[in-house]
Design a protein around this ligand. Structure first.
Ligand code: PAF
Length: 283
């Protein structure tokens, strides 16, 4: 695997691959890689000739009171893991390479749809930071296909919308959620869960599944269901950020006759904010 810290050298190498007619796959990450990230690389590997991963802890998508400074940086271990799944190129730029004019004056990409609800409501500016850095990364790598995890369901929806609205020539693919045996979704932030909390955090996933089951059995009193779900999580000691039943495509509150719904949840542990979701197709 070749490692690049600079845009120019990565571009030069990718230009060669492109001239040879190779299909380029891209997996953007913030590092601290786990099996779900590696599965995204493997997914890109199956449909592309050259796979690029990036590791960049993008300060622009973190709020002032969020965990940018304590976000785990594990570059050497991450690089070894990427080698293990035959990633071809790793791009890990410094902040000055990505934001040479500083962040305050950085041109932004804003997707107005879907970004002020759910995670966007409690993390103002977060999605603007994501869409801005993803646009920059797409311009640097110019991938034919980019793979994002479904765990960040809202992020995936927002990126799909951005790509559509801005006519970006990249296919967006979704990679499944990887879970621990008790249902906890793999996340780089799971390292912040304390030993005492660990047996209880899978309640988020259990509750989302429970809500999904209730919908499949015909319940359509969504507001009451959401309240009951929130209570289940609070009862095991966590503060709920949101628990909402949404239309899978628009992320608006689900309507009774929607066929594709997603139940999304976010809750706070002592040191982390965990998110998860499950999608349902109603016949
Ligand atoms: O999902 C992430 O890890 C980040 O939001 C992304 C897409 C790499 C942008 O910084």
């Amino acid at each position: 695997m070749q490692v690049f810290h600079h845009i120019s050298s990565l571009r030069a190498e990718l230009a060669k691959a492109r001239r040879e007619g190779k299909r380029i796959g891209f997996v953007p990450t913030m590092g601290n890689l786990h099996n779900a990230h590696l599965a995204l690389v493997q997914q890109a590997r199956r449909s592309c000739d050259v796979v690029v991963a990036s590791i960049f802890v993008n300060r622009l998508q973190f709020g002032l009171n969020e965990d940018w400074d304590k976000y785990p940086r594990t570059l050497a271990a991450d690089a070894a893991k990427l080698e293990g799944v035959n990633c071809d190129f790793l791009f890990c730029p410094e902040e000055t390479e990505m934001y040479p004019n500083g962040m305050d004056e950085q041109t932004r990409v804003i997707v107005p749809a879907m970004t002020d609800v759910l995670c966007g409501a409690s993390r103002p500016g977060h999605f603007e930071g994501v869409t801005t850095v993803v646009t920059k990364l797409f311009n640097i790598v110019q991938p034919d296909e980019a793979v994002f995890g479904i765990k960040d369901f809202q992020q995936l929806a927002v990126i799909r919308r951005m790509v559509e609205d801005l006519c970006m020539p990249v296919q967006i693919s979704a990679g499944e959620i990887y879970r621990e045996d008790d249902g906890l979704a793999l996340s780089s932030r799971n390292g912040f869960i304390t030993e005492d909390e660990r047996p209880r955090v899978s309640q988020l996933n259990h509750t989302l599944n429970w809500v999904g089951e209730q919908i499949k059995r015909g319940r359509r009193d969504f507001l009451a269901l959401q309240d009951e779900g929130r209570t289940q999580i609070e009862e095991v000691g966590f503060k709920v950020d949101y628990l909402e039943i949404c239309n899978s495509r628009t992320l608006k509150p689900a309507a009774d006759d929607d066929r594709e719904m997603t139940v999304l949840g976010a809750m706070y542990t002592e040191g982390a904010r965990l998110i998860d979701n499950i999608s349902l197709e109603i016949d």
